[in-house]
Design a protein around this ligand. Structure first.
Ligand code: NDP
Length: 246
């Protein structure tokens, strides 16, 4: 018997990177897993194939997190297909780099829509369907806790907002037995932040461990938080950042 046997999970942005690793890990833990993407249908179907290979059901849904109707539609479609929803992982996100005065208004709106409004809307739609034992985990960033270099104010703003979401929803959903937590990855080797990228050595220098993390290492933390072992953990922030914020 696996810890998530009989449960259904929804992972946003599950076609690549951290979200793909989380989706696969939750399937290995026993859940049927739906994942969203913004257009990477091919990679999303590859993740679904890997989920299916574990013996669990997988399903990919194209839904742009920036569009509230698509967000609500994705949750409704998952519940219709799987009949329930137990775990939501708010992972989809976009990076943003640039000096404060150079960030355009539409960029601010876009980053906040995907990184902040969408997690709120996903949680809002998901809790309608969650029973006792439900789990919400969002993926923040080490830059929500420490911003040791310039050019990250917008991104840090968007990720720090998830602290309010997490604590406020934890407080409200606690009486229903639903936990809400936040994972802050450090520099993690993905398409968004390749370990061999231009600024990779620079970022490595801010970690205590002197290296990038892997998507699987972030997935380990999510697996813990959505599992039975974390039943008394809610409103918490867990840094999986190699000591970036230490
Ligand atoms: P990637 O860019 O590698 O993957 C992003 C994923 O999110 C893809 O599946 C992408 O779908 C999806 N996505 C992006 N925008 C949207 C959207 N508008 N609607 C739906 N899906 C969307 O990112 P990472 O795996 O690196 O990052 C995952 C999360 O972790 C993000 O929230 C990021 O901010 C956070 N993070 C990452 C760090 C890192 O160093 N990598 C560090 C700290 C936090 P598609 O394939 O269709 O584009």
């Amino acid at each position: 018997v696996k810890v998530l046997d009989g449960k259904v999970a929804l992972v946003t942005g599950g076609s690549r990177g951290i979200g793909a690793a989380v989706a696969l890990r939750l399937a290995q833990d026993g859940a049927d897993v739906a994942l969203t993407h913004r257009g990477s249908a091919g990679p999303a179907e590859e993740v679904v194939a890997r989920i299916t290979a574990t013996g669990r059901k997988g399903w990919a849904v194209r839904a742009d997190s920036a569009d509230p109707e698509e967000v609500r539609g994705a949750v409704a479609a998952v519940v219709e297909r799987f009949g329930r929803l137990d775990v939501l992982v708010n992972n989809a996100g976009v990076g943003a780099v640039g000096p404060v005065e150079a960030v355009a208004l539409d960029r601010i709106d876009q980053v906040l829509a995907v990184n902040v409004r969408a997690p709120y809307l996903y949680a809002q739609a998901a809790v309608e369907h969650m029973a006792e034992g439900g789990r919400i985990v969002s993926i923040g960033s080490c830059l929500a806790q420490r911003v040791p270099f310039p050019g990250s104010a917008l991104y840090a703003t968007s990720k720090a907002a998830l602290t309010g979401l997490t604590k406020g929803m934890a407080r409200e959903l606690g009486p229903r037995g639903i936990t809400v937590n936040l994972v802050h990855p450090g520099p993690t080797d993905t398409d968004m932040n390749p370990g061999d990228g231009e600024s990779a050595d620079f970022q490595r220098g801010f970690t205590a461990l002197g290296r990038y993390g892997t998507a699987a290492e972030v997935a380990d933390a999510v697996s813990y938080l959505v599992g039975e072992s974390a039943r008394y953990v809610t409103g918490a922030e867990l840094a999986v950042d190699g000591g970036f914020a230490a």
